[in-house]
Design a binder for this molecule. Structure first.
Ligand code: BT5
Length: 279
C-alpha cells in the first residue's frame, strides 16, 4: 500500500488516537459532496458530541461565503467534527481558533511548521495548505426567561488539509496561493497519523475552551500568526479597508489600526483578510 492510499477509517486511526470523545465514532466515506453538509444533516439526531465525518474525496467541498474547496482527490484530509457545546453563542467563533491551534500543533509534531492566518487559514511557506469552516445551528431557547437566550443545537468544524497533493491537483488559478505538505517538504505523509494528531490536540483545547480557558489556543494563534504586524486589506461585501494588524485580543478578534489611526476589533464573520505587505 503506498502512503496516499491509506484509508481514513476508524480502524486505521484508533491506534494513534488518545482522545476520550473526539473521533471515537467515525463515519467514513469513499466519496461525499461535503463532509460539513453531511455532518449537518445528522447532527441534530445525535445525543453526544465528538462524532467525525471523513471522506476520501469531496465532490463539492465548501469554503466560507459560498466559495469552493478543491478536494476531489484522496490525497488530503477532508473531515468534519460534530460538537454540541453549551457555551455562550459569542464564544462560537473561538472554535475556529481552537481548530487552527490544534492543526498547527498536530502538524508541528510531524515537524511541519505552519502559520495561522486569522481567522481560518493555515499557511506553509506563504501558501495555504488548510482551511477551516465552522458552521452552527441554533434556536431561541423558549424554556428560559431570558429573551435573548439562544440554544446551540450543534456546531460543525470542517477541516481541509492538503497533505500529499501534487501541484497538478490544484486548478491553475490556485497554484500561486495553494500548496500541500508534500509539495513543500518533498515527503509523503501518512494521513491517518496527521488526522489523529489534529483530533488529539483539538480535544484538549476544546475541553479547555468549554472550561473557559481559551488562552492556550490564543497563545498558539498569536505566536504562530501570519497576520500580526502586517499591512492587510479587510474585505467585506466588496468593500476594502486598509489596515495594520496589531494583535488578536482575548476574545479571538483581530485588532487592527486603520490609516487614520482608529483602532478596531474585527469579528471573523464575513470578513476576508488579504496581506498587502510583510513588515
Ligand atoms: C476555507 O474557506 O478555507 C474553508 C475550507 C474548509 C474545507 C473543509 S474540507 C471538510 C469540510 N467540508 C467542506 O465542505 N468544507 C470543509 P475560505 O476561507 O472561504 O477559502 C476558500 C478559498 O480557498 C477558495 O476560494 C480558493 O481561493 C482557496 N482554495 C480552494 N481550495 C483550496 C485548497 N484545496 N487548498 C488551498 N486553497 C484552496
Amino acid at each position: 500500500m503506498t502512503i496516499n492510499q491509506d484509508i481514513l477509517n476508524y480502524d486505521e486511526l484508533k491506534d494513534y488516537l488518545n482522545t476520550e470523545f473526539i473521533g471515537r465514532n467515525i463515519i467514513h466515506f469513499d466519496e461525499l459532496n461535503s463532509t460539513n453538509t453531511y455532518a449537518k444533516s445528522i447532527a441534530s439526531d445525535l445525543d453526544k458530541e465528538g462524532q467525525v465525518v471523513i471522506t476520501e474525496k469531496q465532490l463539492s467541498g465548501r469554503g466560507r461565503l459560498g466559495r469552493q474547496w478543491v478536494s476531489q482527490n484522496n490525497k488530503g484530509i477532508w473531515m468534519s467534527i460534530i460538537l454540541k457545546p453549551q457555551i455562550n453563542i459569542a464564544d462560537i467563533s473561538k472554535i475556529t481558533q481552537v481548530a487552527a491551534a490544534a492543526i498547527n500543533l498536530g502538524l508541528s509534531s510531524h515537524s511541519v511548521k505552519t502559520e495561522i492566518k486569522w481567522p481560518n487559514d493555515i499557511i506553509l511557506n506563504n501558501k495555504k495548505i488548510c482551511g477551516i469552516l465552522v458552521e452552527m445551528n441554533s434556536e431561541k431557547n423558549i424554556s428560559t426567561d431570558i429573551s435573548e437566550a439562544v440554544k446551540i443545537n450543534y456546531v460543525v468544524v470542517g477541516i481541509g488539509i492538503n497533505v500529499n497533493n501534487d501541484i497538478e491537483d490544484f486548478p491553475k488559478e490556485l497554484r500561486e496561493t495553494a500548496t500541500s505538505i508534500k509539495i513543500e517538504t518533498n515527503k509523503e505523509f501518512k494521513r491517518n497519523t496527521l488526522v489523529a494528531e489534529v483530533l488529539n490536540n483539538f480535544e484538549k483545547l476544546y475541553i479547555a475552551l468549554k472550561n473557559n480557558n481559551f488562552s492556550k489556543s490564543l497563545d498558539i494563534c498569536r505566536k504562530n500568526s501570519y497576520v500580526i504586524g502586517k499591512e492587510i486589506n479587510l474585505i467585506k461585501n466588496q468593500e476594502v479597508k486598509e489596515a495594520t494588524a496589531l494583535n488578536i485580543n482575548d476574545e479571538g478578534e483581530l485588532v487592527v489600526m486603520y490609516k487614520d489611526g482608529k483602532v478596531d476589533n474585527i469579528i471573523s464573520g464575513e470578513i476576508s483578510v488579504r496581506i498587502r505587505k510583510n513588515k
